[in-house]
Design a protein around this ligand. Structure first.
Ligand code: AHM
Ligand code: MG
Length: 335
């Protein structure tokens, strides 16, 4: 029968979170509510990105953000949407955004127990060309008794309660993971207005001959970095070199690497000794996703990315992340 081919038992993000919550006896439902606000911001950002060219939202907003980049109109909108969603959730005590120099404290939210870090629209230099961008987020739980301080967010990724990202590509793809849990992928069904579980328990391939790095920076790379990437361009055991794939949107490069395998890197180099990508809302959340999917993530000193403790909210780090065996190979070049 026709109906037999239609899935009538759809797992939405809401259902998924409700079922997860039921597994934890002590759960209060606060995290589920925070995630509701999160997913609404993803839907709204996705909508405006898709409308951008039609409603004059391309181009610069005419100001620079906290980290010195030129802000796009959509950067401002994405940031405002995200802040409003977190504030109205009532569950977020403080928020770090790439677009805000200082921490935003929601002091009037009594009983808010979470600290959130986010890059509302990562890869925004790609926006006007219609190339995929994304939102990255990391969620920490406040320690017992805290009403939200800077120390509650300046934590290593290993202490994240949950992290993930949404990629605004051909469709919006949300990837989320919780501490010690699986990595699960959802696709936004625009007609339902719901994120649907399409990629349960994502596991990265152990190897894949793809590397993803801005090779234009190789002039400034350390010798070990140069040697490693040079080796990938030589004939491997099958006689072929690696393929290069670089979109220039971390979320899109990371999502492909998660699905297909390979390695993504933004190394620290002689010109940028701290790298380019930000620890709190770029490196750590991605590292958590990669580790929980069976991959690895390290900084330029080959130390586990999730162990890196940021000293300031906008601190940067070099990063290498990818398939388990590809990362082992990388590390062998640094011994
Ligand atoms: P942004 O947060 O200002 O968008 O910058 C971060 C982006 C990442 O998405 C991407 O991996 C990287 O910058 C690309 O940088 P480059 O253009 O130097 O290769
Ligand atoms: Mg960014």
């Amino acid at each position: 029968a026709e109906s037999a081919s239609v899935n009538t038992d759809i797992v939405t993000l809401t259902r998924f979170l409700t079922e997860e919550q039921a597994k934890h006896k002590e759960a209060t439902g606060d995290f589920t509510l925070l995630c509701h606000a999160l997913q609404f911001s993803f839907k709204a950002i996705s909508y405006y990105i898709r409308r951008a060219t039609l409603v004059n939202l391309t181009g610069l907003a005419g100001q620079s953000n906290a980290t010195g980049d030129d802000q796009k109109k959509l950067d401002v909108i994405g940031n405002d949407l995200f802040i409003a969603a977190m504030k109205s959730s009532g569950k977020c005590a403080l928020l770090v955004s790439e677009e805000e120099e200082e921490i935003i404290y929601f002091k009037d939210q009594k009983g808010a127990r979470y600290a959130v870090a986010c890059d509302p629209i990562d890869g925004s230099s790609n926006l006007d060309a219609g190339v995929s961008v994304g939102t990255i987020f990391g969620i920490h739980k406040l320690p017992e008794g805290s009403t939200g301080t800077k120390a509650d967010i300046l934590k290593p990724g290993s202490e994240l309660l949950a992290a993930g990202f949404t990629m605004y590509g051909a469709s919006a793809q949300l990837v989320i993971t919780m501490k010690g849990g699986t990595v699960d992928g959802f696709t936004l069904d625009n007609s339902f207005g719901e994120f649907i579980l399409t990629h349960p328990n994502m596991r990265m391939p152990k190897t894949r001959a793809i590397y993803s790095v801005n090779e234009g920076n190789s002039l400034f790379w350390e010798d070990s970095t140069k040697k490693y990437f040079e080796s990938l361009k030589q004939a491997q055991s099958n006689g072929k070199p690696y393929s290069a794939r670089y979109i220039g949107s971390m979320v899109a490069d990371a999502y492909r690497t998660l699905l297909y395998g390979g390695i993504f890197a933004y190394p620290a180099d002689k010109q940028n000794p701290k790298g380019k990508l930000r620890i709190l809302y770029e490196c750590a959340p991605m590292a958590m996703v990669f580790e929980n999917a069976g991959g690895q993530a390290v900084n330029s000193k080959m130390a586990r990315m999730l162990d890196v403790v940021p000293e300031d909210i906008h601190d940067k780090s070099g990063i290498f992340m990818g398939s388990y065996d590809e990362m082992e190979k990388l590390k062998s070049f640094h011994k």
